[in-house]
Design a protein around this ligand. Structure first.
Ligand SMILES: [Zn+2]
Ligand SMILES: [Zn+2]
Length: 362
């Protein structure tokens, strides 16, 4: 955005070295001539505004010095901040607090995280979200004041609205009175004088398919409500994909899952059922002699990206039962003997008898 630095001296028709008296004289003359109540010229109102701006900048020693510095440096961004401050200052003194704040303005944007499940992020859908939005306080209608404002001069900046503080050599807006130069004695008790309150809102957000971690969704006009009927700000949602209880994303679009299989299944092989990201089940063949840690790749069951599906990688683990029935124990012991397993804790071994004795406590 380009902002041309206005020449306030030219606007008032005075020299750069003009005294405060000369500034006041010139302003009074032009103000009389251009006052919109007397001058029907359509340009008069705009020019009237400009001479007001020029006057309020130049009549104050501090503001004039800052303006001169900006004019000399040609720093447009600094001028924009300065201009904003000046215009707010003028509106607050010329028209009073009420007029100043009643101007409709766009609300602020909201930026927040949007946690999504892996399924929501892959396939999209509608999601309801709940969050706080600022709205004009319904009690004071956004004015921040209970009834007519009672103003008292800010003692921190002595009513100037700006002061030199800390490491900054030029005056900055006073933090106590927020640059206004006065403090409201009777703030609205509902919004504590801020003019805004929060409102819990619920909206439905449309999540497009393949919306992954770090992507930002813009929801227009769902940010903070506008001021005095102005447009609402926008809502920006940064997607954060939550960890999935079953699947882990690997190689950008493959899914890894662990599947526990029994010892007989690992030895003999066969068919098992595994879940998919869609919440369905598919049948998978287990190779006879599958070891713990062996993997099997199922194509087209991974994450969708750019219209293509990644793979599902199944990592097998052989489950070892902790509690077995007497019948199972007998069969496993039989197998162990058949495999010539020496040192195994057989039921009739010395070790087992000792253990039984101990657990009986005798
Ligand atoms: Zn209020
Ligand atoms: Zn102050």
């Amino acid at each position: 955005m380009k902002t041309t630095i206005k020449d306030y001296y030219k606007i008032l028709g005075i020299e750069k070295t003009a005294s405060v008296e000369e500034i006041k004289r010139s302003y009074r003359r032009l103000a009389k001539e251009l006052h919109p109540d007397r001058n029907p010229d359509p340009d008069a109102e705009e020019r009237f505004k400009e001479i007001n701006e020029a006057y309020h900048v130049l009549v104050d020693e501090e503001r004039r010095a800052e303006y001169d510095r900006i004019l000399k440096s040609g720093d447009e961004s600094k001028y924009r901040d300065f201009l904003e401050y000046i215009q707010e200052f003028i509106e607050s003194i010329v028209k009073g607090e009420k007029t100043k704040k009643r101007r409709p303005r766009k609300g602020q944007d909201i930026r927040m995280k949007l946690p999504l499940s892996l399924e929501e992020s892959a396939f999209g859908g509608e999601k309801e979200i709940e969050y706080d939005r600022w709205i004009d306080c319904p009690v004071c209608e956004g004015m921040g004041v209970k009834g007519e404002p009672e103003k008292v001069k800010c003692h921190v900046c002595d009513g100037k609205g700006r002061r030199v503080s800390g490491i900054f050599s030029f005056p900055r807006p006073c933090s106590v009175c927020k640059g206004k130069g006065y403090i409201i004695k009777n703030p609205c008790p509902t919004c504590y004088g801020r003019g805004r309150v929060t409102q819990r809102s619920k909206i439905l957000v449309n999540i497009p398919p393949e919306t992954y971690d770090g992507e930002v969704l813009k929801v227009p006009e769902k940010g903070h409500f506008g001021y005095f009927g102005g447009k609402s700000g926008d809502l920006y949602l940064r997607v954060m994909v939550k960890e999935h209880p079953t699947f882990k994303v690997i190689n950008s679009q493959d899914l890894l899952m662990e599947k526990v299989i029994s010892f007989p299944m690992a030895v003999l092989g066969g068919m098992i059922r595994v879940p998919t990201l869609e919440g369905k089940e598919i049948e998978v063949f287990v190779q006879p002699g599958t070891e713990s840690g062996a993997t099997k790749v199922v194509p087209e069951q991974g994450l969708p990206k750019n219209g293509r599906r990644g793979n599902l990688v199944i990592s097998f683990r052989i489950g070892v039962p902790k509690n077995i029935s007497a019948k199972e124990r007998k069969l496993i012991e039989k197998l162990a003997r058949l495999m010539n397993e020496e040192g195994v804790n057989y039921s009739d071994s010395v070790f087992d008898k000792l253990k039984n004795k101990l657990s009986r406590g005798s």
